[in-house]
Design a protein around this ligand. Structure first.
Ligand code: PMP
Length: 401
């Protein structure tokens, strides 16, 4: 088999290998990156499915337009407007098969081999892999508690003239970090001044705990003249409703949206009309606010339980910023008191103790910080979170034989 050369520099992720071990009985997993299936609004989705079949029996089961099912595009434009992103017409967005496909279409339409793309360090692993597949050279900008370092971003844009900058400004995966309002404004101004496209990936923004995060770059772009022309936005129902629906969307300037639509046509023709009609009915039924309120409250409790347990059980063996939303605690091992300071090694020892998490190194496109870890609290109840963290503390202090 002679594979395409574009595959030469892309490997299946180390994380997938780790997932094979999760079947071990009794294991407590902080490894997943998904929402809790027990929280899915099954009744609401069942009703929406029936309503979709009653309202659009033909269209919901027929081939559809590549751009998406119009009633869903209308609902999504309204959903975005309710979050401050006013002025997005239904025709300014296309429905994609998860936001993952939106990212793939961005890569496909924009990246030629050797092009530079700036990504956060750390960032979403699948985006690293996808942009690399199209031959991008990835340049990294570090993330701190306030999001990406915008001073450095400015210098990197000027030095490298990237095709685009990819950011997860709100409750990032894996960093959990949220970019401050001040930095958001600066990113938009920078994009306009340097004529650089910024891609905002925002699957987690609705999952805040106490207070809403600052407005998305998309919402804020209304206040910065010219910014809308330099911005693409990827949204998703995966983390807030159900990933199995595979409903995401892409909002982008007209030329990019048209070319992405063309590429989508060659790839999956359109996102499942049945899933789209169901999602449209769900949103139209007005169930989303209550669903969001419920999942936010539960994730907030689980995050608090994990933060407290980590402080209590691991003390100065790790550092982290308590998340204010999303699904993850991003932590760094300090090696204090002779504890383990390597995320990958700790992941192996942790599995032996009956707890799983994902080491942080694969989330770096370059220069990995091997002391980092990503812990998801989303799918584990509070009692099990406390037990899992106890096991993690034991694993941290285990000596190599
Ligand atoms: N972006 C980020 C940052 C993610 O974490 C994920 C899912 N893990 C996605 C995009 C893709 O989500 P989906 O395709 O299910 O919308």
């Amino acid at each position: 088999m002679r594979l395409a050369t574009r595959l030469d520099h892309v490997e299946t992720s180390a994380i997938r290998e780790l997932f094979k071990l999760l079947g071990k009985p009794g294991i407590i997993s902080f490894a997943g990156g998904f929402p809790d299936a027990a929280l899915f609004d099954v009744d609401g989705i069942r009703e929406a499915t029936q309503a979709a079949l009653s309202a659009h029996p033909g269209a919901a089961l027929q081939y559809g337009a590549t751009e998406g099912f119009d009633p869903l595009r209308e609902q999504l434009a309204a959903y975005m407007a309710a979050k401050g992103a006013t002025g997005v017409a239904p025709t300014d967005l296309i429905v994609t098969t998860g936001s993952q496909q939106a990212l793939d279409l961005i890569g496909k339409t924009l990246i030629s081999p050797g092009d530079k793309v700036i990504v956060e360090a750390p960032t979403f692993l699948a985006s690293i892999q996808c942009f690399k597949l199209y031959g991008a050279e990835l340049i990294t900008v570090p993330v701190d508690g306030q999001g990406a370092d915008v001073d450095l971003l400015e210098r990197l844009i000027e030095a490298h003239r990237p095709k685009f900058v990819y950011l997860i400004p709100t409750f990032g995966n894996p960093s959990g970090a949220t970019m401050s309002l001040k930095r958001r404004r600066r990113v938009l101004e920078l994009a306009v001044r340097t004529r650089t496209l910024v891609v905002e990936d925002d699957p987690y923004g609705d999952l805040y705990f106490d207070a809403p995060p600052p407005p998305s770059l998309l919402a804020l772009s209304n206040e910065v003249p010219g910014a809308r022309d330099c911005l693409a936005h990827c949204g998703s129902l995966s983390k807030v409703l159900a990933p199995g629906l595979r409903v995401g969307w892409l909002i982008a300037p007209p030329l990019l949206l048209a070319k992405a639509t063309m590429c989508k046509q060659f790839s999956d023709a359109h996102t499942s009309t049945f899933a789209q009609a169901t999602a449209a009915q769900y949103l139209a039924a007005g169930r989303m606010p209550a669903t969001l309120a419920r999942v936010r409250a539960i994730y907030a409790q689980r995050a608090a339980a994990m933060v407290q347990a980590l402080r209590q059980e691991l003390g100065d063996a790790i550092t982290f910023v308590a998340p204010r939303g999303g699904l993850f605690v991003w932590a760094r091992l300090t090696g204090a008191n002779g504890g383990c300071a390597d995320g990958a090694l700790l992941a192996q020892r942790a599995i032996e103790q009956g707890v799983a998490f994902v080491p942080g190194a694969p989330f770096y496109a370059a220069n990995p910080d091997r002391a980092t870890l990503r812990l998801s609290f989303a799918t584990v109840d509070e009692e099990r979170i406390r037990e899992g963290v106890r096991r993690l503390a034991v694993a941290t202090q285990m000596r190599a034989n």
